[in-house]
Design a binder for this molecule. Structure first.
Ligand code: AMP
Ligand code: MG
Length: 318
């Protein structure tokens, strides 16, 4: 597989791969994305193949600027304009009415499309060089941990990706926040932008019904390491259960576990989010029996991390 440092030469090369219908993994400010030309269904189909992603699951389209945005969305309601002005370029995805030209494969046949304008310089340079919107989900096998480094992509998807651009660690380390824009705004997935910051612009967000499975981030089990994850207060775990497990907490360390890791000794949720998937990848690689995770405060980015952890823990028999 081809992993190249993300300089201007390799970005130009990646754009040529895309234009030939290939798939390229690239860094964004959230996690690494697996991109293909959004308007080329055969290229988009390869994303599903490489990720082993069920086809009912719609993709996020990445755009460079307003000109590219207008090729994808049919209209920008007032709330979308306000959110775009405040948070774009950045880790916010908006679900908006789509233009008919957007392939059904991208939107899973929905009349809406999820779009975002990334801020990462490599993602932007790639969009500019490709000259077209890119459909790009996270660059990992469906349902598994999201990749925050190029080597996570290489380990998860390997030779099936045509080219991996290595741009170092993804800054936020959590997926974008997804908001559906309708008569009211709905929080489809908590993510790298705190729901509170979005509510400061558009007022209170609705939460979709639990049974709604428009976003796989909303599937009961997702974002899961191979190792079983358990959300538990580590202090209450008996000593005999600790030796074969790792423990992960926001700020504390715990004795008796095979490995104890913390996300941010200062309790800074932003720092914690940036390291979140990376540390889960590392703990998963130890092939222990279990990863015990201490619940985090459910505000700001803590809410997005708890959302991922609940799904990682779902459906596991321990
Ligand atoms: P990922 O690219 O893996 O971060 O996931 C993209 C997320 O956006 C998924 O949860 C999708 O289901 C969601 N999504 C994409 N398009 C739409 C849409 N038209 N309506 C609702 N959710 C969407
Ligand atoms: Mg994903």
């Amino acid at each position: 597989m081809l992993v190249l440092a993300a300089d201007s030469r390799s970005i130009a090369r990646a754009a040529r791969v895309l234009q030939r219908g290939g798939v390229v993994a690239f860094p964004t400010e959230t996690v690494y994305g697996l991109g293909a030309l959004a308007f080329t269904p055969a290229a988009v189909a390869r994303i599903f193949e490489v990720k082993r992603r069920p086809q009912f699951d719609p993709l996020i389209v990445h755009v460079l600027n307003d000109a590219m945005l207008s090729r994808v969305v049919a209209s920008m309601p007032h709330a979308a304009k306000a959110l775009g002005e405040r948070f774009w370029p950045g880790p916010l995805t908006l679900v908006l009415p789509k233009r008919p030209e957007v392939p059904d494969l991208v939107t899973a046949g929905l009349s809406t499309v999820a779009v975002r304008m990334p801020s990462h310089p490599v993602a932007r340079a790639l969009l500019e060089a490709a000259g077209a919107p890119l459909a790009a989900p996270s660059a990992n096998p469906f349902g598994s941990l999201s990749p925050t480094r190029a080597h996570h992509v290489a380990a998860g998807l390997g030779d099936e990706v045509d080219l991996i651009l290595d741009g170092g660690r993804a800054e936020h380390g959590l997926e974008s926040t997804i908001v559906a824009i309708g008569s009211r705004c709905e929080l489809l997935r908590p993510g790298a932008i705190e729901a509170e910051a979005i509510e400061a612009v558009v007022g209170p967000l609705d939460l979709p019904a639990a049974a709604d499975s428009r976003a796989p981030g909303m599937l009961p089990q997702h974002y899961a390491p191979a190792t079983a994850v358990r959300l538990v207060e580590p202090a209450s775990v008996p000593a005999y259960e600790r030796g074969s497990a790792a423990v992960l907490a926001l700020r504390e360390e715990f004795d008796g576990y095979a490995v104890s890791r913390r996300l941010s000794p200062a309790g800074d949720l932003r720092e914690a989010a940036a390291r979140f998937f990376e540390i889960l990848h590392e703990l998963d690689g130890l092939a222990l029996e279990r990863i015990d995770v201490q619940p985090m405060p459910e505000h700001g980015l803590g809410r997005a991390m708890m959302d991922r952890l609940r799904r990682a823990a779902a459906g596991r028999r321990l």
